[in-house]
Ligand binder design. Structure first.
Ligand code: DGL
Length: 271
């Protein structure tokens, strides 16, 4: 059995393309419908109420598409609004990026101390904390909001003294706390992986939630016998829907996706 319908994926903006990249790396024949709410990004510095309402509007948009699974590829929405979205989208599997990253970290920590970095909304919502403690209540979780990382990545400064200094500012405390794993709890942070690893040293393992989410998508589709039987290039057949398009959109998208986005189209969300 197979299911050739696309996978729906959404994010506050273009950062969720890091999740798309990993999904297509594992399952190159899958088709994706990606929605990025670029008109209202970033979400991570907004209130819980606003994030819930924006997240639901993005999820509702997929009711217009025949998808086989919905991936909330935004750590902020996954942390604040996943339960609400799951209640709304009932007929297909809905997953966020928090649980896959949490699971990977729980399996790896030897010191029982895990760090989580993300947007202020992600860290304040404590979703990673709850997910980790549900898996193992003996693990201590230390969260650190890193609000400057998102604009630094979007400005293309991820390999620059500015990003290195910022990483030191945010992360030295976490080294002192003795964590042995840090979850990169934001779509933008895979681009800072080398800078963060250089700052915290190789004793601390970095866990990219995008990668673990892609593995979870593959596991779920495999378990449900829903991997596509199509053999063509899924990326070529995928659609990229954005709520705003600027001159920089193509360059920014390439940054996160690791390849050129040939076409994307503007959509308006029902509010
Ligand atoms: N996509 C968001 C996240 O993963 C980062 C950008 C934003 O703040 O909207 O948390």
């Amino acid at each position: 059995m197979s299911d050739c319908r696309p996978i729906g994926i959404f994010d506050s903006g273009l950062g969720g393309l890091t999740v798309v990249r990993e999904i297509l790396r594992l399952m190159p024949h899958e088709r994706i419908i990606y929605l990025g709410d670029t008109a209202r990004s970033p979400y991570g510095v907004r209130s819980e109420e606003t994030i819930k309402s924006f997240g639901l509007q993005c999820a509702n948009h997929f009711l217009k598409h025949d998808i086989k699974m919905l991936v909330v590829a935004c750590n902020t929405v996954s942390s604040v609004a996943l339960e609400l979205i799951e209640k709304k989208i009932k007929d297909i599997p809905v997953i966020g990026v928090v649980l896959p990253g949490a699971r990977a970290a729980v399996l790896r920590t030897a010191e029982y101390k895990i760090g989580v970095i993300g947007t202020p909304a992600t860290v304040n919502a404590q979703a990673y904390f709850r997910a980790i403690n549900n898996l193992d209540p003996n693990i201590r979780v230390y969260g650190r909001a890193c609000p400057l990382f998102v604009p630094i990545v979007e400005a293309g400064l991820y390999d620059h003294d500015i990003s290195r200094l910022t990483a030191q500012h945010y992360l030295y405390e976490m080294i002192d706390l003795g964590v042995d794993c840090i979850i990169l709890g934001c779509t933008h942070y895979p681009l800072l992986l080398e800078v963060i690893q250089g700052t915290v040293g190789t004793r601390i393992q970095l866990l990219d939630s995008a990668l673990w989410t892609a593995k979870e998508v593959q596991d779920i589709l495999t378990a449900l016998n829903c991997i596509t039987s199509l053999k063509d290039d899924g990326f070529e057949k995928s659609s990229f829907l954005l709520t705003d398009i600027t001159e920089d959109t193509g360059i920014q998208a390439e940054l996160f996706l690791g390849r050129k986005l040939k076409s994307f189209q503007r959509v308006t969300l029902d509010i």
